[in-house]
Design a binder for this molecule. Structure first.
Ligand code: ATP
Ligand code: NCN
Length: 226
């Protein structure tokens, strides 16, 4: 596994971009540190953080897409390279990643190195996603380690990633799509949106689990308290 903290790769000429999608219900510092470390470790131009409108394979979010997007914008603030990307919110139907990646591929061109970043928990279910083979025609995959989410890979997933696993960022970046790299964060954080919503419901503080601006937004809006 690639230890993102310990190595840097040589800055390449071609564009490197990641899509890091999520429900972001709400965004928390586990997401934001992941995006920052991903960008630094792989020297990415941009990380598109894309809130899902209708997340496939899970319950509807607790609050509106616009509120989740607003918190994402507040959380990102002026962080270099991170983009709060609203393209899924303006699309109807399930927010399939394959459609979002196709959009980004069109925008950045065939030569760009396009990455889809997912946490290990999301990765474990990848074989059930919409058109999983097509995902690899459009992008490389980076799997971010997430504390508390380990376990054996399902057989269908092993079949899907066979021949695609690489050990270094250089090997990943050598192809615009189709390869898979596992990445360890130096600040792996056992934080989840489920826990944050539960704390809000119980009237507990969520300070320092989310950026201050997000905590203030949630306090004022009263979201997740019911
Ligand atoms: N603490 C974390 N560290 C690394 N990756 C994370 C972390 N939290 C979420 N992710 C990843 O970020 C992406 C979006 O996650 P999501 O918005 O579902 O947040 P979540 O905390 O997992 O939410 P929930 O608890 O509601 O399932 C997924 O790929 C997920 O694996
Ligand atoms: O495309 C799919 O079929 C698909 C199935 C499950 C999840 N995803 C995407 O994976 C990202 C993380 O999902 P989640 O449910 O962990 O927030 C988010 O961008 C989802 O839209 C995508």
């Amino acid at each position: 596994m690639f230890d993102g903290a310990s190595r840097q790769v040589t800055k390449p000429a071609s564009t490197r971009v990641a899509m890091f999608g999520g429900t972001y219900d709400p965004v928390h510092i586990g997401h934001l540190r992941s995006a920052v470390e991903l960008r630094e470790a792989l020297m990415l131009d941009h990380v598109h953080m894309v809130p899902a409108h209708v997340p496939p394979h899970r319950n509807d979010p607790a609050i509106s897409g616009q509120s989740r997007l607003e918190m994402l914008r507040l959380g990102i603030g002026d962080t270099p390279g991170l983009i709060a990307d609203d393209r899924e919110l303006s699309r109807n139907g399930p927010s399939y990643s394959v459609d979002t990646l196709a959009c980004l591929r069109e925008a950045y061109g065939d030569g760009a190195c396009l990455i889809m970043a997912v946490g290990h928990d999301a990765f474990l279910k990848l074989a059930q996603w919409h058109r999983p083979e097509r995902l690899f025609e459009l992008a490389n995959l980076v799997v971010i380690d997430r504390p508390g989410h380990t376990g054996a890979l399902p057989h269908e997933l092993v079949d899907l990633i066979r021949e695609r696993m690489v050990e270094t960022p250089e090997a990943l970046m050598a192809s615009p799509a189709g390869r898979v790299l596992r990445m360890a964060l130096s600040t792996a954080l056992p934080i989840s949106a489920t826990d944050i919503r539960a704390r809000c419901r119980r009237g507990e503080s969520i300070r320092y689990l989310v950026p201050d601006a997000v905590a203030s937004y949630l306090e004022v809006s009263g979201a997740y308290r019911e």
